[in-house]
Design a protein around this ligand. Structure first.
Ligand code: GTP
Ligand code: ZN
Length: 186
């Protein structure tokens, strides 16, 4: 698979007018293949393996927020990176999830070809599925290289997307609490 991918990168380099035998490019097809496989490694992950049973009993029913989780993803339209931060809130229902697992869930879905809206939804649904929480909220703020380095070339615009599920969706006070906690200390 790696060799096939490297072969395709070699063809791409030739098609853009490069000389693939020059010293600087000799290992580039193999490197690029490895990098692309890394950027897309989320396809190989499963939620159960990622979570690794790190779910703990707890009687807290107060909102937990994990914010500013960096994310690197690939826009599925141009295969260019979009880069940003993800904020996740949930209201536990008898169980809390190991802290690092939120970042692992973000990576599992970000490390694929994505659009931001679907990424946001997939993270929210995974957190809901794993925790059985009363409510889940996910916000992503990201900058898309396809809008910065090419196309409309807008350097300062960013995209915000959100998905609220359960009580965070239906209870306006809870939703406001999440938004307030995300904005704190910014
Ligand atoms: N909604 C959404 N759109 C995205 C995302 N990433 C990239 N896009 C958009 O996908 C669209 C693809 O539009 P097309 O007209 O098919 O492609 P294009 O000619 O390369 O578009 P331009 O970027 O406008 O030059 C563009 O408007 C991109 O900005 C994303 O995560 N969410
Ligand atoms: Zn794009």
């Amino acid at each position: 698979m790696s060799d096939t991918l490297a072969g395709h990168y070699k063809s791409i380099l030739e098609l853009i007018g490069e000389d693939t035998s020059r010293e600087g490019l000799r290992d580039t097809p193999a490197r690029a293949a490895k990098a692309m496989q890394y950027l897309c490694k989320g396809y190989g992950d499963s939620l159960a393996e990622i979570v690794n049973n790190a779910i703990f009993e707890s009687d807290t029913e107060e909102m937990v927020v994990v914010k500013d989780i960096e994310l690197y993803s690939l826009c599925e339209h141009h295969l260019l990176p979009f880069i940003g931060r993800c904020h996740i809130a949930y209201i536990p229902n008898g169980k809390v999830l190991g802290l690092s697992k939120f970042a692992r869930i973000v990576d599992m879905f970000a490390r694929r070809a994505q659009i931001q809206e679907n990424l946001t939804k997939e993270i929210a649904e995974a957190v809901e599925q794993v925790t059985g929480a009363y409510g889940v909220g996910v916000i992503i703020e990201a900058k898309h290289l396809c809008m910065m380095a090419r196309g409309v070339e807008k350097q300062n615009s960013s995209m915000m997307s959100s998905v609220m599920l359960g009580s965070i969706r239906t209870n306006p006070a809870t939703r406001t609490e999440f938004l307030t906690l995300v904005k704190m200390n910014k």
